[in-house]
Design a binder for this molecule. Structure first.
Ligand code: F6P
Length: 549
């Protein structure tokens, strides 16, 4: 058992509690800005192509200093360095955490158990580049010699969300003549809808699974193989031209019937939710091409270097992590909204949900003791401006404090025509207006001055003081996407480090998996399930009755 003091008993923690109960009891953003004209500039950091403005937060210089003291006391940078060195900081699984090695330059040396892993990373990247090039050029054909026109990624969680999100984000960079689909759900409807209009002779399946044991993925991959073989008169040899695997588990890949030559490897030191820049990104690489994929890796690397080297007070992931802790633990905020003002980022928040919630949704610390503090928030959000006409009302005038990140871009993507590109200023006008309204609201006097009848004044008043971070990037390029993802990866890391939880395991998803396996025979064969609770037993019985048409 560690003898470090429990987090909430640390003087740095209680100092923050006192600060919140004292000077920050009624934070007032209008007042903060009135008293400090340089606030916007001082509370902005630049990282690569990202500008991160955190001036609209319920903080003062003292708050920041106290949060930095907490980070120092919990040795966030010590754990960061251990991660980059390849130490086994995933304590419950005894693994190194080295997604940063996936974007390390060729000449870097990063050792796990005395072995430099960087050459392995680049060897796989080179194989992926060669394969992606062959699919894109038409050199890699299907079993009947037809050109591959469709790529279907089958995976779930980290083996789906990353490539699916990035494919959407980088659509303007994709080979538009190819069709990409992403199948994850074990609901047969997902696979059905993905392949119903595709020609098997022109379709490549990429089976993405770190473990190659995940029931959803193996079930979908098995059904996809049957779909292919039906069209190929049962000729097993077709599998070699239409199936490739992305995995750490060569044995299971072979057992499934995929030629190990068609397997792209990664390693147990890459967590599922940190894996889309590994072999798991093969579908994305086919879509955007190897060069663009490498640009994306360079974007990740840029923020890795920033996180590693920038001083604490200008370290963007550190600041974002600490601000999240400020609301989570000292304002009882339960959720955190991520609101990208880009249609191409429609899957960005869903991706972040796994990254953040699977990482920091923990209630015991690294020593196995229950935590007495709040850990990861509920992460949610959809692209602006759609959310403005749905749930922003609650953020503006509801009773809950919802810190939010607003992500916007200075330029629309090149591909938009002149007229459509012109809509970008309107999009961004909304982007700026929302954070302004959230921060500064509208007082009763301002409402009255507009001649609003007195009885309506309370309804039209906005109290403001809703905290937001504005992330303004140049343009949604592969590099910028890499920068954004690395920013959030390291933010999540910072929070896990302060909360002293293992951000790299995910035991919480196991129980449901085990119970599903136990219940399935009751549904299919009517088998008795020993120990089924009365509620679930009654539901299973009702299901069986209703299932019969
Ligand atoms: O949800 C649990 C989980 O293990 C995730 O962490 C992972 O991304 C997902 O399942 C898929 O796992 P695999 O890549 O092994 O199929």
């Amino acid at each position: 058992m560690s003898d470090t003091p429990r987090l909430t008993r640390r003087p740095e923690w209680t100092a923050l509690e006192d600060h919140r109960a004292g000077p920050l009891l009624h934070p007032d953003l209008r007042g903060f800005f009135d008293r400090d004209p340089g606030r916007a500039e001082r509370y902005t950091v630049r990282v690569g192509d990202l500008l991160v403005d955190y001036s609209k937060h319920l903080i003062t210089d003292e708050t920041l200093a106290l949060l930095q003291e907490l980070a120092a006391a919990t040795d966030v940078f010590g754990l960061r360095d251990a991660m980059f060195r390849g130490e086994r900081i995933n304590v419950t699984e005894g693994r190194a955490v080295l997604h940063t090695a996936l974007r390390a330059p060729r000449d870097a040396v990063i050792e796990v158990d005395g072995e430099n892993v960087v050459p392995k990373v680049h060897a796989v990247l080179d194989r992926m580049s060669d394969f992606a090039g062959r699919v894109r050029s038409g050199q890699w054909t299907g079993h009947t010699g037809q050109r591959i026109k469709n790529v279907v990624n089958i995976g779930i969680g980290g083996s789906d969300l990353g490539p699916a999100m990035a494919y959407e984000a980088l659509r303007p960079y994709t080979a538009r003549e190819l069709t990409f689909r992403f199948v994850s759900n074990v609901d047969g409807a997902d696979l059905h809808e993905a392949v119903r209009d595709l020609d098997p002779a022109e379709t490549l399946f990429i089976v993405a699974s770190k473990t190659f044991t995940t029931i959803e993925t193996i079930t979908n991959a098995t059904s996809a193989r049957s779909w292919l073989l039906t069209a190929m008169d049962g000729d097993d040899k077709a599998v070699a031209r239409h199936f490739v695997a992305l995995s750490t588990n060569a044995g299971k890949v072979t057992e499934f019937g995929i030629d190990p030559d068609n397997m792209f490897e990664f390693w147990d030191w890459v967590g599922g939710r940190y894996s889309y820049d590994s072999a798991i990104g093969l579908s994305l690489m086919i879509a955007i091409g190897p060069e663009r994929f490498r640009e994306m890796l360079a974007g990740f690397r840029l923020v890795d270097e920033h996180f590693r080297n920038a001083p604490a007070e200008a370290n963007a992931p550190l600041l974002m992590g600490l601000l999240g802790i400020w609301y989570d633990d000292f304002f009882d905020a339960q959720t955190h909204a991520v609101l990208p003002y880009s249609h191409y980022l429609s899957k960005f928040t869903a991706y972040l949900q796994q990254l953040d919630m699977e990482s920091n949704g923990k209630s015991v610390d690294r020593d196995g003791h229950p935590v007495e503090w709040q850990t990861g928030p509920v992460v949610w959000g959809t692209p602006g401006t759609n959310g403005q006409h749905a749930y922003y009302q609650l953020i503006h005038q509801g009773t809950k404090l919802i810190p939010a990140d607003f992500i916007g871009f200075a330029r629309p993507v090149d591909e938009l025509s002149e007229e459509l590109g012109g809509q970008h200023d309107l999009l961004m006008a909304n982007f700026f207006a929302q954070t302004q309204a959230l921060a500064f609201g509208k007082t009763g006097e301002e409402v009255r001055a507009e001649g609003v009848p007195e009885e309506q004044v309370p309804h039209r008043t906005f109290k403001g003081n809703h905290p937001t971070t504005t992330i303004l990037a140049t343009e949604l390029t592969p590099s910028v996407l890499g920068q954004l993802i690395a920013l959030y990866e390291h933010k999540v890391f910072v929070q896990g480090a302060v909360w002293n939880i293992d951000s790299f395991d995910q035991w919480g998803v196991e129980l449901g998996k085990v119970l599903a396996k136990r219940v399935e025979p009751a549904l299919t064969e009517g088998a008795e399930v020993p120990g089924l609770d009365p509620s679930t037993a009654a539901l299973v019985a009702a299901y069986r009755t209703l299932r019969k048409k």
